[in-house]
Write a protein that binds this ligand. Structure first.
Ligand code: NAP
Length: 242
């Protein structure tokens, strides 16, 4: 049994990931920034199904909040051996229109959060000589997306962080991997009109938009205790898009 923190897990991909861990009898920590209602509903659902779960409000781009998130997790469940850095934001804008605030918000939410959470998780993982860190990047962090340059750049940073950190902590029995989802049906894509979603579906070789559960399945693979020889990998869950 593991104790698992999934950042940004009140909805979307994070909610599917936390549900998958709970279904396998792990202790799970739902984290949310503003989606309190969704977090409480998910917590109730998981608990009704017999899971050991808590929900903690924390902005994971703020170090003090990350400290509180981990303290709450450790107080309830002890050693956090699995961290899924999932929290993230997206924004569509012409490159020339991206402001300093847009840029800072993007990198704080998508990169600084993984930096803070991984830094907070690692001392205990190193002490126990075991841990699993799984980062959620994006296929756009590998191929680049027009009108999403700051998003793509932030997700590329996660690819670099994953590969470098994997090398640094491998001697301590800790793996660091990333999932690069394609187009997944979550609130993040709710701003796209149906025509755009149809185009994205048609560009996806398997012929459908992905589900949060598609991503959760890949996270479970990296989290498996038997996956100790898999590290520094970026796994595309994109229906063959790139
Ligand atoms: P989503 O439904 O918008 O969920 C993102 C979650 O991140 C939200 O629940 C949000 O929490 C949380 N979050 C954002 N900033 C946060 C912060 N500072 N602290 C704590 N939580 C924060 O989007 P999603 O599609 O599930 O995205 C999950 C991850 O997958 C993201 O990293 C995204 O970039 C990546 N991804 C998604 C797709 C896709 O097509 N959907 C494709 C590739 C990669 P609150 O709601 O509580 O504010």
């Amino acid at each position: 049994m593991s104790t698992v923190i999934v950042t940004g897990s009140a909805r979307g991909i994070g909610a599917a990931v936390v549900s998958a861990f709970a279904a396998e009898n792990n202790n799970v920590v739902i984290n949310y920034k503003s989606s309190e209602k969704e977090a409480i509903e998910l917590l109730d659902k998981l608990k009704k199904n017999g899971a050991c779960a808590i929900a903690v409000q924390a902005d994971v781009s703020v170090r003090e909040d990350v400290e509180r998130l981990f303290s709450e997790a450790e107080k309830n469940f002890g050693f956090v051996d699995v961290l899924v850095n999932n929290a993230g934001i997206a924004q569509q804008k012409l490159f020339t229109d991206i402001t300093d605030d847009d840029y800072d918000r993007m990198f704080n939410c998508n990169v600084r959060s993984a930096f803070y959470c991984s830094q907070r998780a690692l001392p205990q993982m190193i002490h126990h000589k075991y841990g699993r860190i799984i980062n959620i990047t994006s296929m756009w962090g590998i191929s680049g997306a027009s009108c999403e340059v700051h998003y793509s750049a932030s997700k590329s940073a996660i690819v670099g962080m994953t590969k470098a950190l994997a090398k640094e902590v491998a001697p301590s029995g800790i793996t660091v991997n990333a999932i690069a989802p394609g187009v997944i049906d979550t609130p993040m894509n709710s701003g796209f009109d149906s025509e755009t979603m149809d185009e994205l579906k048609n560009e996806t070789p398997v012929g459908r938009i992905g589900t949060p559960e598609d991503v959760a399945g890949a996270v479970m693979l990296f989290a498996d205790k038997g996956s100790g020889f898999i590290t520094g990998q970026i796994l595309g869950v994109d229906g063959g898009f790139i």
